[in-house]
Design a protein around this ligand. Structure first.
Ligand code: FAD
Length: 266
C-alpha cells in the first residue's frame, strides 16, 4: 500500500449555507510566517467521497490522484499551523464537493508553500485601502484585517462585499463588529437577490462606486495617489470595477510596475 500524502487535519467546519463554508485545517508541521492576502493549495485524493448535493463531473479521475487547488488564507499571518479558508462548492467541480463532504478529524493535504503578490500590507504608508470582493473573494481581507487593522489607525479602510442573499454574507458578524469599534473602518455589504427584510445596500458594487458611496459615507476619495483598491473574486466584477477605476487613472499593480490597483481573480 502506498504512503498517505496527507499532512494536516480538519479542525473546524462551519457550513454557512450548503454550498459555502469556513474550513479550518491544522498542519502537522508549522509553515513559515506568510503575508496577509497570500494563498496556499489544498489537496484530497480522488478516492474521497463527494458531497451528497454535488453533481458528478464528466471526467473521472484515478483514485490515487491528488486533486490540488489554490485557496486564499483567511486566518492571521502569525497563525502558521492553524489555517482558515472560506470556500464555495462548485457542484460539478473535482475538489470542492470532496472538501464539503469532510468531517472533523479527517486528514487532508496542505501545501508547504504559501504564495502570491496580492499582499495588502505592502500598500505605501498613508494610503487608504479599499477591499472589494464578491463571494469567497473576501478571504484575503479577513486575513489582512485580523493581522493588521490595529496598525492602520492613520488611514481609512473599507470592505465592499457583493453577494446574493443575506445568508451568503460570511464573516458578517466579524466585519460588523470591526465597523462598530474602529472609526476608520467601513463595511459595505451589498446584495442583489435579497427580499424586503434586508435594509442594507442593494445592487452591484460598481453601481455604488459610480454613486460615490465611498466619498459620501466614508470620506474616501477615488484617487490613485490617496487610495489603493484591492479586487478579489468574480472575473466580471473585477473587469467592471477595473474599467471604472481606469477612468480615474488607476493602474494595475504588478511585481515589476507598482500601481494602486491590486487584483486577484478566482
Ligand atoms: C489564487 C487563487 C485563490 C483562490 N482562493 C479561493 C478561495 O479562497 N475560496 C474559493 O472558494 N475558491 C478559491 N479559488 C478557486 C479554487 O482554486 C478552485 O478553482 C475552486 O474551488 C473550484 O475547484 P473544483 O476542483 O471544485 O472545481 P474544478 O474541477 O477546478 O472546476 C470545475 C468546473 O467549474 C468551473 N469553476 C471553477 N471555479 C468556479 C467557481 N468559483 N464558480 C463557478 N464555476 C467554477 C471551472 O471552470 C470548471 O469548468 C482560488 C483560485 C485562485 C487562483
Amino acid at each position: 500500500m502506498s504512503e498517505s500524502p496527507y499532512n494536516a487535519t480538519i479542525t473546524g467546519k462551519i457550513l454557512i449555507t450548503p454550498d459555502l463554508m469556513i474550513l479550518r485545517i491544522r498542519t502537522d508541521e508549522p509553515r513559515k510566517e506568510f503575508k496577509a492576502g497570500q494563498y496556499t493549495s489544498i489537496g484530497l485524493l480522488a478516492s474521497e467521497s463527494r458531497s451528497p448535493n454535488s453533481v458528478m463531473p464528466l471526467e473521472q479521475l484515478p483514485p490515487d490522484e491528488l486533486i490540488i487547488r489554490p485557496y486564499s488564507i483567511a486566518s492571521a499571518k502569525h497563525e502558521t499551523q492553524d489555517f482558515e479558508f472560506y470556500i464555495s462548492q462548485v457542484k460539478s467541480g473535482q475538489l470542492t464537493p470532496r472538501l464539503f463532504n469532510l468531517s472533523l478529524g479527517r486528514r487532508i493535504w496542505l501545501d508547504t508553500k504559501i504564495l502570491g503578490i496580492f499582499t495588502l500590507n505592502q500598500t505605501p504608508k498613508g494610503k487608504n485601502i479599499v477591499m472589494v470582493a464578491t463571494g469567497t473573494g473576501l478571504a484575503p481581507y479577513i486575513s489582512f484585517l485580523r493581522s493588521h487593522i490595529n496598525e492602520h489607525r492613520d488611514i481609512k479602510m473599507a470592505v465592499l462585499h457583493g453577494a446574493g442573499y443575506p445568508w451568503d454574507l460570511g464573516y458578517y458578524s466579524e466585519l460588523t463588529f470591526l465597523d462598530s469599534i474602529f472609526q476608520n473602518f467601513y463595511y459595505f455589504p451589498t446584495l442583489i437577490k435579497a427580499n424586503d427584510s434586508w435594509t442594507g445596500l442593494r445592487g452591484y458594487i460598481q453601481e455604488h462606486l459610480e454613486n460615490n458611496l465611498l466619498e459620501k459615507v466614508a470620506g474616501i476619495p477615488i484617487d490613485p495617489e490617496k487610495t489603493h483598491f484591492y479586487l478579489c473574486g468574480n472575473p466580471k466584477m473585477v473587469a467592471s470595477v477595473s474599467e471604472f477605476l481606469s477612468k480615474f487613472n488607476y493602474k494595475k499593480h504588478t511585481s515589476k510596475k507598482p500601481g494602486s490597483l491590486h487584483i486577484e481573480e478566482y
